[in-house]
Write a protein that binds this ligand. Structure first.
Ligand code: SF4
Length: 329
């Protein structure tokens, strides 16, 4: 019988969000400063061998879903070989990816061959100029073509749009209209304080304001049932091919059913996105610890998982928030 990771509130933690790099080829304002950040040295990143070893431990404790994130995961050399190895780890029966949409068609075809067909693409605007202002990269056409290619290849595509005042409010309705023509899900996220600058204002455009704004434009809006542990509240406009969702990522309305744990590319193990690292598994591993000692570190961290993101945040209220590119989202 597979052992499980269960926290003090009885939540089973079976979903690992694994960052494979802090590097990215975009500079989204809500994630890192324009000049970028001090990316970690390659030697400080968990190697693919170390990642495989840790994944084997996590899967032996019931982690059966893994999301690959970054930075931008596809900028790390050797990522496709690693995903092939990962797809053979017993117990991991779902691998998903979050990308900024700069992966190549060859990589898409290889992902499909590996059975990795669920992908989230970060896209905050359907307007080329606003896209440039948000990402500081002139890559809108490439990203949108990537989305069309993924749909054509039969991927399940979700778009993640971080909504913020004076940035992309005029994109909200065009994004909902996009679901009229394409079988994808657009999710609107509240802005989060992980921008690497230490400056942050409570988002005006929270899940309530977002819902009311869309419902005013679409009175026939239909509530869809949400997957277990989902962070997204999902809706559809009757007759539209796709759907949209609202993720209260700052308001943290979904912590009661949280099944997530996180591992950064440098081995920082978090039981909550908003909380401090509970332990650095890279350092434990490189200190020569046994498999059992690593397991104990994970179990101890899980046992102390915070009730919700607010409690977790209060544990490091003074510390400057790390960039989402480092945390892995
Ligand atoms: S804020 Fe923390 S506890 Fe809440 S859902 Fe996110 S990771 Fe889980």
């Amino acid at each position: 019988m597979t052992k499980k990771l269960i926290d003090q509130y009885g939540r089973t933690l079976n979903y690992l969000r694994l960052s494979v790099t802090d590097r990215c080829n975009f500079r989204c304002y809500y994630c890192m400063p324009e000049e970028g950040m001090n990316f970690v040295d390659r030697k400080d990143l968990l190697s693919y061998e170390e990642l495989e070893y840790l994944l084997d431990i996590f899967s032996s404790y019931g982690v059966n879903k893994v999301r690959i994130t970054g930075g931008e995961p596809f900028v790390r050399k050797g990522i496709m070989d690693f995903l092939e190895k990962m797809s053979q780890i017993e117990g991991i029966n779902q691998i998903t990816v979050t990308s900024n949409g700069t992966l190549s068609r060859d990589q898409m075809i290889e992902l499909k061959r590996l059975g990795i067909t669920k992908i989230n693409i970060s896209l905050d605007s359907l307007n080329k100029q606003r896209f440039f202002e948000i990402t500081r990269r002139d890559k809108f056409d490439e990203v949108f073509q990537c989305i069309l290619d993924l749909l054509e290849l039969g991927f399940e595509v979700k778009l993640n749009a971080v909504v913020a005042d004076e940035k992309n409010i005029s994109d909200i309705i065009p994004f909902v209209e996009l679901t009229k023509y394409y079988p994808l899900s657009v999710r609107f996220l509240e802005e989060m304080p992980f921008n690497g600058s230490g400056k942050f204002e409570v988002p005006k455009w929270n899940h309530v304001v977002l819902y009311e704004y869309i419902a005013t434009a679409y009175p026939t809006i239909v509530k869809l049932s949400d997957e277990k542990n989902s962070t997204s509240a999902n809706y559809q406009i009757p007759g539209y091919k796709g759907s949209f969702g609202i993720i209260a990522s700052f308001s943290r309305t979904f912590c009661g059913t949280c099944n997530r744990i996180r591992l950064s590319a440098t081995g920082e193990f978090r039981t909550c996105l908003y909380g401090p690292a509970a332990v650095n598994l890279r350092d434990v591993l490189r200190s020569g610890a046994s498999r059992e000692e690593l397991v104990q570190e994970i179990i101890m961290a899980v046992a102390k998982k915070e009730k919700d993101g607010f409690e977790a945040e209060s544990l490091q209220a003074e510390a400057p928030k790390k960039s989402m590119s480092f945390l892995g989202g």
